[in-house]
Write a new protein. Structure first.
Length: 112
């Protein structure tokens, strides 16, 4: 991801996990290490995808990670290191607007 001119720019990172337990364990680590301010885990999503020549259908958890531009590289590295999938989903969306108080909190919670 290209560096943003604003290191406090808020980001929403999406990833999926094979179970709530795995998602919770990794999310807790990312928050404790200040790589994410908050992780919301949605308990059940059906993912249909092609992998290694076959179409698969799996039940997964979707995680919404709230972070900042300055914390993103460390978050991505740690997530890939801990994730059980060979190729974990890692999608990053900029947050254009939000509650000023929430965005300020998000920035404070991701400062090492």
């Amino acid at each position: 991801m290209d560096p943003s001119p604003d290191p406090d720019a808020p980001l929403l990172v999406l990833t999926s996990f094979p179970s709530h337990d795995v998602a919770s364990r990794i999310a807790r680590c990312l928050v404790e290490e200040k790589r994410a301010a908050c992780v919301s885990i949605l308990p059940s999503a059906t993912s249909i995808y092609a992998w290694e020549g076959n179409v698969h259908e799996e039940t997964e958890c979707l995680a919404l990670l709230k972070t900042t531009q300055k914390a993103y590289s460390a978050l991505a590295a740690r997530l890939i290191e801990q994730h059980p999938y060979d190729t974990p989903e890692l999608l990053v969306l900029p947050i254009a607007h939000g509650s000023p108080a929430y965005l300020e909190w998000l920035s404070k919670m991701t400062q090492a």
